[in-house]
Design a protein around this ligand. Structure first.
Ligand SMILES: Nc1ncnc2c1ncn2[C@@H]1O[C@H](COP(=O)(O)OP(=O)(O)OP(=O)(O)O)[C@@H](O)[C@H]1O
Ligand SMILES: [Mg+2]
Length: 255
């Protein structure tokens, strides 16, 4: 029988229930895959371009450098960019009972960029949820101490799906030194509280000179002009002041 169009192999292999319908087996598959992952950290921030991707990628590099088994998942379907930070071009996941993520500088890495050939991914609504569920179900992380997730800006389908599919996920929020960013940050923290999502802390990124930090900030990461040139090279990123500032804060709040 030809498979139903638009259904993934995992969905097609599910047994039928009454009326010939198939239950979506992916939430159960995701539960099994994630039972071997000790801690999931979603790096979020409700504004665009504030440094979520460099923070998530560098945090994963720092954790791997410390000897933790670490994964990095780029879930920014429209604006995937962690592969640029890590310099992961030319790599591809290995297909074996799912997809085994390639390793970059000791970090297991998975991103929609592996499948999109650098083209935009025109998904919305149910399409986004479906793609996320598929990526979570298909990726074979194995045992991990930490999985860091690079989230898209805002609270959207991706964020709500992660909260629903991966209970226990903790948030590391990124903001910048701007009263607009602080105001949005405070709104986001209120929402996380109401959804009972634990927040590890807030990083105030791209600070220049002395200024009042957001009340919620756990620490500041300075603007570092050398970061841009280091992108694509994990070894160089780890030597930047950006990584050093992040390591200090992470040492206090990431556990
Ligand atoms: N502390 C910093 N010093 C210098 N440059 C920085 C710093 N933090 C971030 N950048 C730069 O700012 C740009 C945006 O960073 P990044 O892509 O990580 O933001 P983002 O929040 O993930 O954006 P998006 O919302 O589009 O996903 C990048 O070019 C990055 O190198
Ligand atoms: Mg990003």
């Amino acid at each position: 029988m030809t498979p139903a169009p638009g259904k993934s192999p995992i969905q097609r292999s599910a047994p039928r229930i009454s009326g010939g319908l198939r239950l979506d087996p992916r939430p159960a598959v995701i539960g099994a895959r994630f039972s071997k992952i000790k801690k999931v950290i979603a790096v979020t921030g409700w504004k665009g371009g504030i440094g979520k991707s460099v923070t998530a990628s560098t945090l994963a590099l720092l954790l791997a450098e410390k000897g933790f088994k670490t994964g990095l998942l780029d879930l920014d379907l429209a604006g995937a960019s962690a592969h640029i930070v890590l310099g992961a071009s030319g790599l591809f996941p290995k297909e074996e009972m799912g997809l085994e993520p390639p390793s970059v500088a000791g970090v297991k890495f998975m991103s929609v960029s592996f499948f999109s050939s650098n083209k935009a991914v025109p998904l919305r609504g149910a399409g986004v949820s479906d793609a996320i569920m598929e990526m979570l179900a298909i990726t074979r992380w194995g045992e991990l101490d930490y999985l860091v997730i690079d989230m898209p800006p805002g609270i959207n389908d991706t964020a709500l799906d992660i909260i629903r599919l991966l209970p226990g996920t903790r948030v590391l929020a990124v903001t910048t030194p701007s009263i607009m960013a602080h105001s949005v940050l405070e709104r986001s923290l209120r929402l996380y509280k109401s959804l009972k999502v634990p927040v590890l802390g807030v990083i105030e990124n791209m600070t220049r000179g002395a200024h009042a930090l957001s009340k919620a900030a756990a620490g500041r990461v300075r603007y570092d002009a050398r970061l841009e040139k280091a992108l694509g090279s994990p070894a160089r990123i780890l030597k930047t002041d950006f990584a050093k500032d992040l390591a200090k804060i992470a040492g206090r709040i990431v556990n």
